[in-house]
Design a protein around this ligand. Structure first.
Ligand SMILES: *Cc1c(COP(=O)(O)O)cnc(C)c1O
Length: 415
């Protein structure tokens, strides 16, 4: 007989996390000392904390961090150090991890399709009180499973609204969300069962257009009026963009202005605004340092790729800021070249067209720091082809690209 084992991408901490070291090294110092042959994830906790603080200061409601974007305990700790006390979780392992780290945090189970056992554990053991849904079946499931635990109380229920496809880099309405008619019916059906009733939507990730929130709020308003029930929460989701070398989003304030104006037009004086930013809080908070293993023309073969932390550089063609690190070699060439990258696996799809602009003389053995990878970077790694080894270190460097609207302050974190 064989043992059934579980392999997890997010798992509860096995040991207590250590307090912040008082002084963190720089990326250059780490690379010079370690000369790593595995990808090195460089986390910038002070950047994440400052960014979270700036977002909270700008947003007129509760800020829920979307944990899927980067569930690394060091990142969660930095987000919390910036003042975040609400967490948008999509799975039981995310909920367990956040609950273990922050016993007093408010956890929200924001996946519209949940396993029955996950609902029971969330409600009865993890103290989760808010659940999202986009179907009558999920409403019935939530009702039955919460009742089955015997733990009294009424859940908060948030109806996820589908949006027409917009201009976001990643559409998130193809799969989840209720069409307006269904959303109206769900709000009416959920009202008598719930402690607090909300509407949510997601405009899509890396959405560069503030008007997307105006339009989505207008649609939410139509649905709310048609339903004719009291609404306690309007959740404007995530999708807030960050800077990449080829993308320069409007400042954060432009998004907040549309959200504030759109919310006022709904005329719901007793409702509270929520947002679920992921990328915006953590993208600048990590980079990965890869090593060049081979150069073939203007293509560099490096030790991380689309099956590792560079997934979005593959099919989606995301570009990231890059920088050569050559601790003790020759001074880099002054002229630069548009490079493409290949990852380490055997799959021809493990290719990143970039372009990644680097000094013309990049050679085998050099390191390249690739920035803005705090979001949807390390958490996307797979074990394909055995290239799942990576190291992780906390550094004091600033982000490789600043995003407009976030205070360029780096706050000191208490030990
Ligand atoms: C992924 C996701 C988020 C975070 O999106 P970002 O684009 O990273 O801000 C928030 N809410 C939901 C429901 C999501 O699926």
């Amino acid at each position: 007989m064989s043992d059934l084992r579980t392999r997890a991408a997010v798992s509860p901490l096995r040991r207590r996390f250590v307090a912040f070291p008082t002084r963190l090294p720089t990326v250059d110092a780490v690379i010079a000392a370690e000369r790593p042959e595995d990808p090195m994830h460089c986390l910038r906790p002070a950047t994440v904390a400052a960014t979270a603080r700036a977002f909270i200061a700008a947003f007129p409601g509760d800020v829920l961090y979307a944990v899927k974007c980067n569930p690394d305990p060091a990142m969660l700790r930095a987000v919390a150090a910036g003042g975040v006390t609400h967490f948008d979780c999509a799975s039981l392992p995310e909920l367990r991890l956040v609950r273990q780290m922050f016993p007093d945090a408010e956890l929200h189970f924001m996946h519209p399709i949940k396993a029955r056992g996950a609902i029971r554990e969330a409600w009865a053991e993890l103290g989760v009180r808010d659940f999202v849904l986009d179907s009558a079946e999920e409403l019935a499931k939530l009702r039955a499973e919460i009742a089955a635990t015997g733990v009294p109380g009424r859940p908060g229920l948030i109806v996820r609204l589908a949006l027409p496809k917009g201009d976001a880099k990643l559409d998130l309405s193809g799969k989840f969300g209720a069409a307006p008619d269904l959303a109206v019916a769900l709000l009416r059906a959920a009202r008598p069962l719930t402690a607090r009733l909300g509407v949510s939507f997601h405009v899509g990730s890396q959405c560069l257009d503030p008007l997307a929130w105006r339009d989505a709020l207008a649609l939410a308003g139509d649905v709310i009026r048609a339903a004719g029930v009291a609404i306690d929460i309007v959740d404007v989701g995530g999708g807030f963009p960050v800077a990449y070398p080829d993308q320069d989003p409007p400042p954060l304030g432009a998004f907040m202005a549309e959200i504030e104006a759109g919310f006022e037009r709904l005329d719901l004086p007793n409702a509270r605004l929520w947002a679920e930013p992921g990328r915006a809080l953590v993208a600048g908070g990590a980079s990965v340092v890869v090593q060049v293993q081979h150069r073939r023309g203007d293509a560099l073969y490096v030790n991380d790729g689309v099956y590792g932390s560079l997934a979005d550089a593959g099919v989606l063609g995301f570009r990231y800021p890059v920088r050569l690190i050559r601790p003790d070699g020759a001074k880099p060439a002054e002229d630069s070249v548009d490079f493409s990258l290949f990852g380490p696996t055997c799959d021809s799809a493990d290719a990143m067209r970039g372009p990644f602009v680097l000094p013309a003389d990049v050679a085998e053995g050099d390191w390249i720091e690739i920035g803005q990878l705090g979001a949807y970077g390390a958490c996307m790694r797979t074990a394909f082809n055995g290239f799942d080894r990576a190291r992780i270190v906390e550094v004091s460097d600033r982000p490789m690209l600043e995003t407009a609207g976030y205070a360029p302050i780096v706050i000191r974190l208490a030990a």
